[in-house]
Design a protein around this ligand. Sequence first.
Ligand SMILES: Cc1ncc(COP(=O)(O)O)c(C=O)c1O
Length: 388
Amino acid sequence: MHLSQMQQWLAQRRDQGLYRQEQLLQPLPGGLLGFNGQTLLNFSGNDYLGLASAPTLRQAFADAAHNVGSAATGSPLVTGFQRAHAELSRVLCDWLGVEAVLLFSSGFAANQAMLSALVAPDELLLLDKYCHASMQDVLMQGQLRFKRYPHQDFQALRQLLAKAQDKAVVVATEGVFSMDGDITDSRALLSLLSPEQPLLLDDAHGIGVLGEEGRGSWQQQGVTAQQLQCLMANFGKALAGQGGFLAGSRDVIDYIRQQSRHYIYSTALSPALCQAMVHSIELCRREQWRRDKMAENIALFRSGAVTAGLQLTDSVTAIQPLLCRDNATAILWSQALKKAGIWLTAIRPPTVPQARLRICLSAAHSPAQITNLISALVKARPVDSDSN
Ligand SMILES: Cc1ncc(COP(=O)(O)O)c(C=O)c1O
């Protein structure tokens, strides 16, 4: 593309208010972050358990960097599968009750690998319409036959399954939806499927947070890992790291290993990070108080927000969206909150169908910070909006 075309396009994005830009932030312990010399309350991060600032995790990462180094030096099938990768894989299998896992450099890559490998050209993929961009992007590549059903609408899914008749079908969804915070009833979903119709589940926002020892949303719903053909989750949220993984039976994982370009042609995760993630999973399993504290913060926020007249959704997870009537309201609200010392990013279409403030609660927040958030939300609400 010619440079002048790029410049024109960039100018248009700015004019339309759609230009995207990073902000230079410094995450701080205690649910805080630094921005432009100011310290703000952070309600936009995915550090659900507060592990990002856990001193022992930081120490484990530093020690691991010293002991095993930062570099995998190659892709997993060349030089990139080392003792730290094997240990992390073993720990994941033990925790989740699966036979095998594959580690990926991001959850995004893991999702792409899962759909690319596990939906055959003659099969039909049925996908929740709100699934993450990493899954939607595979559909755009044009190699899969797919239909999207309305968000969490199992009636619509049932109809699509009936229509598919004897066509082979694969269903994919998220355990906890990233922008809405609602939990998928994976047990009810499985009851719609025959044993030949596999379910693929992205539990990026459920892992660490829900279920016994934080195994995930599926376990909280009474589903076993064996009922999912493949589970995807990542280290970048509750587990306070980076990268992703796929988990399943030995054969399913082996099939993905042979098939996946994301796995074969990409540098493996840093061994130091893998070792740190072993420690993170240990903390996550052992320290139930983190999930309890997060649950208390969610309850405190929800009751206070309702009393304050804010309109909440039904989400019972740490993701609490405040839907806004339009983009301008979301942006003005977010900007006013920033002036009041609160970092809460406005999320707008096309990322979501309706603009919102996506509040992310964490075990790192104190009750006083939650109370501050509620009063700031009320005070900062744009004047001409009597509702969100
Ligand atoms: C639901 C969901 N799936 C997948 C991903 C991608 O994971 P990662 O950030 O590890 O690439 C994300 C993260 O943004 C997500 O929210």
